[in-house]
Every structure is written in C-alpha cells, then in structure tokens.
Design a protein around this ligand. Structure first.
Ligand SMILES: [Zn+2]
Length: 129
C-alpha cells in the first residue's frame, strides 16, 4: 500500500512512480470501491484520490480542480517595473510583488472612481429656448 506522501508526490510530480503493485491493484479494483473507501485506504482526501485516478487514466472527472496541470514554463526576465529577475511564469512581465501592488492600485482607483460618481450632480438637460 502506498502512503499519503507517495500519492501526493505522484500527483504533483510526473517523475515519481507509484509502486507497480499498487497501480496494478488499483487498475483491477478501482471500480469495486467507492471513492470514499479508496480515499480512506490511502488516507488522502477525495479530491486527491480523484486526481490520482485521473493521472492513472482509470477514471475521468470533469472540472478544473481535477485537471493535472503541467508545470508552467518560467523565465527570469527582469520585471518591467522593479527590474528584479525572480523566476515567474513565462509571459508574465511583472514580478508577483508588482502584480500585487497593481491590484491594490486598481482597487483604490475603483473606490475613488465610485466616490467621484456619487458626487456628480443629477443630470439637468439644458433647453436652448
Ligand atoms: Zn517587480
């Protein structure tokens, strides 16, 4: 039987292999047990178990949270704002700190925007005669 750690590692990393014995057992018997029973057997949560079954291509679960995402490519291009070159997802031109900072700036702008809107006087049409 594989441990919780093995299951988690196997899902997170494509390099780690589950013990063949267990995979063979799972291939034969995954339909004989409920997901809850299997999750208890491996002491993992239901979502983790479902991801595992997906990874082994035994069962398919729709929904983004079950999809196993490949590790995104990263680059260490200097951030266009602060110039730091911490690795970040490819095509992201700003470092995470700057992205966060911009999020805060946008929120303030939106609040200010709403205040400005509230201060506007009601519209009075001017009649030219
Ligand atoms: Zn930055």
């Amino acid at each position: 039987m594989f441990t919780q750690e093995t299951v988690t590692n196997a899902i997170m990393s494509r390099k780690i292999k589950l013990p063949d014995q267990e995979v063979t057992w799972l291939r034969k018997h995954h339909n004989d047990f409920t997901h809850k029973e299997l999750a208890e057997k491996y002491e993992v949560c239901l979502d983790t178990l479902k991801r595992l079954l997906m990874r082994l291509e035994l069962q398919y679960f729709p929904g983004a949270k079950y999809q196993i995402k490949p590790t995104p490519e990263s680059w260490s291009r200097p951030c266009i704002f602060c110039g730091c070159n911490e690795p970040r997802p490819k095509n992201q031109y700003r470092c995470d700190t700057c992205v966060d900072r911009e999020g805060d700036a946008e929120r303030v702008t939106l609040e200010q925007h709403q205040q400005t809107q509230a201060r506007k006087k009601p519209y009075k049409p001017e009649v030219p005669w």
